[in-house]
Design a protein around this ligand. Structure first.
Ligand code: ADP
Length: 349
């Protein structure tokens, strides 16, 4: 997870302290308050109710999807709805099997353990987790070389909630041990308007409905970004002294470089590179990442899902290709020979 500055409200994983406090305050506390994702909500409700009726811990849950769609929020709701305490950790914090052993052995019976970015956990810890998820048991290795022995340790039963932006990177044995996998989708404008309405009420911010709809159409289908843009619009209206209307939204979003489709700087940099440097593609992920100075993982898990979803980019076996809509959006003429450029040798596709 990247920690960046406070200046880009569309950065999907911006984590300054004030942003974290702001997000915490707006997080829905129950499934009923959680907007959208109707199918996932129904499935989770059933799973939690069945566990409650049988007085057991709920099955392990994997939440997959781009940043800001509500994975952490759902993990908190799972704990809250099942009346269990919640422990928060993340893949990058688990760099050795020992880190995981310490975490698992300190859980109280029934606790919900949330591991964010679970695909970034150390391999050795992953293997320990298989056994822990299945049998609530781990083997702790003591000593080294020929004299090494393993001591079995029983764990309190727990529910693991794993979150990942890259479910494809999880090894199959780990993926198979989750009783339920939810794939979170981008939100539509009506749902985002509802998220924004709820946030405006909680922030005691008087903003008109057309203004909320305008933000909803320009937040990359992502509640986290919707809430952040709302805050920027509130600042804008406060400082300029005008009403919080559609004009204020347009002014604030122009100031923060959010375009009419909600594309942010990195989205635009990626599309510009494909269109202007690679003749529209196909271009491989790694070449693209180098040309915009960003990590391939960020391009793949943060930028691309939304561009694919709104039809500006397609992923083909030969690489990434800008669609005709992308050419139109940027007002660049489509060259005669799109696709004449070959992917370079460093490309992985
Ligand atoms: P993720 O863990 O997927 O990156 P979070 O759960 O941290 O995303 O969500 C980011 C913010 O977006 C939360 O603080 C919450 O305010 C808001 N949010 C996410 N999903 C919803 C939803 N379905 N309804 C209302 N608000 C939401």
């Amino acid at each position: 997870m990247t920690v960046s500055d406070d200046s880009d409200p569309t950065a999907p994983e911006l984590e300054s302290e004030s942003e974290l406090a702001f997000e915490g305050a707006l997080r829905p506390r129950s499934l009923a308050e959680f907007v959208g994702q109707a199918k996932v909500r129904g499935q989770l409700q059933l799973l939690l109710t069945a566990a409650k009726m049988q007085d057991r811990t709920a099955d392990h849950i994997l939440l997959a999807g781009p940043p800001g769609l509500g994975k952490t929020t759902l993990a908190m709701i799972v704990a809250h709805e099942s009346g269990r305490p919640l422990r928060l950790s993340s893949g990058p914090a688990i760099q050795h099997a020992g880190d995981l052993a310490a975490l698992l052995s300190s859980l109280t019976p029934g606790e919900v353990l949330f591991i964010d970015e679970i695909h970034r956990m150390a391999r050795s810890a992953e293997e320990m987790l298989y056994l822990a998820m299945e049998d609530f048991r781990i083997d702790i290795m003591v000593g080294k070389g020929a004299g090494a022995t393993s001591i079995p340790l029983d764990l309190a039963p727990f529910t693991l909630v794993g979150a990942t932006t890259r479910s494809g990177l999880l090894p199959n044995p780990l993926r198979d041990r989750f009783g339920f996998t939810a794939h979170l989708e981008f939100y539509d404008e009506a749902e985002l308007t509802q998220v924004l309405q709820r946030a405006a009420v909680m922030l005691d911010f008087d903003i008109d409905r057309a203004a909320l709809a305008e933000i909803a159409g320009r937040c990359r289908g992502t509640p986290r970004i919707a809430n952040r843009l709302l805050r920027r619009v509130r600042d804008f209206a406060l400082v300029r002294g005008g009403a919080a209307d559609i004009e204020a939204v347009r002014g604030a979003l122009e100031l923060y470089d959010v375009d009419p489709l909600g594309l942010d700087r990195l989205d635009r940099a990626v599309l510009h590179a494909i269109l202007e440097r690679f003749g529209g593609g196909p271009v491989g992920l790694n070449t693209l990442a180098v040309s915009v100075g960003e990590e391939a993982e960020t391009i793949e898990s943060v930028v691309e899902p939304f561009l694919v979803r709104i039809g500006l980019l397609s992923r083909t076996p030969r690489g990434r290709v800008a669609t005709p809509s992308a050419w139109r959006h940027f007002g660049i003429d489509h060259p005669q020979q799109v696709g004449s450029q070959q992917p370079s040798l460093m490309d992985d596709l």
